[in-house]
Ligand binder design. Structure first.
Ligand SMILES: CSCCC(=O)C(=O)COP(=O)(O)O
Ligand SMILES: [Mg+2]
Length: 243
């Protein structure tokens, strides 16, 4: 059997998994744990680059410059917590925020306080696609660390074995065509050999602009999509026909 694609690239929220799991379980977990996490992890070396990224996302050079007006560490921590809450209120998909969320979710997934929801057709499709010789990658606004925690602790078990790799916003914004060019180059395929599935038309438009094939994911609870787009819609991965 010859297949139209060599690679399937997947979004998470609204595609493999429900928007409500992210908004009603994962984001509240971050808001609940944020202050305690910042207190306990403040001096850990892994936090420093994330704080620099949060400062850069806010338009500053680095964390030291961004917090130059703070008189002590508790003021610096409070400034970070306020910024994280502001970004989450606006659902901003900033790279630093996403990295910090991933670090906070680590405890939740590893202690079994959260188990990632995936649609029932997802594990079956991952199995079928990889058995057919396709490579599957994730491209999500969630950090690569968060993606690995998520699929490593799903209600269908550890699904990481199915993925050949992961991309997040460190590759570029999801609504920008150049990001998909970079991904095609990194996975070593012509854009035409990549199928991208997402719930967001602007992301699909960007992928289509460079020649990727696309499917619009329609799942319960997704934001309604306006007519007039040029993407075939699917309600289940079982509708992806390998030819
Ligand atoms: C494990 S990713 C958690 C969900 C998340 O934070 C997010 O922003 C998902 O965005 P997507 O690009 O997958 O729609
Ligand atoms: Mg999505």
């Amino acid at each position: 059997m010859t297949c139209a694609w060599n690679v399937i690239l997947l979004d998470i929220e609204g595609t493999t998994s429900s928007v409500s799991f992210v908004y009603d379980v994962m984001f509240p977990y971050v808001l609940r744990e944020l202050d305690a996490y910042l207190d306990s992890a403040w001096n850990e070396p892994g936090l420093a680059p994330v704080l620099d990224q949060i400062a850069q996302d806010a338009g500053s050079e680095d964390f030291a410059t961004w917090t130059a007006d703070c008189t002590d560490e508790s003021e610096r921590r409070a400034k970070v917590a306020t910024e994280i809450r502001r970004l989450m209120d606006g659902d901003v998909k900033a790279t630093g925020l996403k990295a910090l969320q991933g670090m906070i979710w680590k405890n939740g997934f590893e202690r079994g306080e959260m188990i990632a929801q995936v649609y029932a057709d997802v594990p079956e499709a991952l199995q079928a696609w990889t058995s057919a010789g396709l490579r599957v990658y994730i491209y999500s606004s969630g950090s690569i660390g968060a993606q690995k925690l998520f699929f490593g602790h799903s209600e269908a078990g550890n699904l990481l074995q199915y993925f050949s790799g992961h991309f997040d916003t460190t590759t570029g914004p999801k609504q920008v065509a150049k990001s998909y060019d970079t991904i095609a180059a990194e996975v070593g395929e012509a854009a035409e050999k990549v199928l991208f599935i997402s719930d967001v038309v602007a992301e699909l438009d960007a992928a289509q602009e460079i020649g990727m094939d696309t499917r619009l994911s329609i799942r319960p609870g997704n934001k309604p999509v306006k007519d007039g787009h040029s993407h075939e819609a699917i309600t289940s991965f079982a509708q992806v026909s390998l030819g």
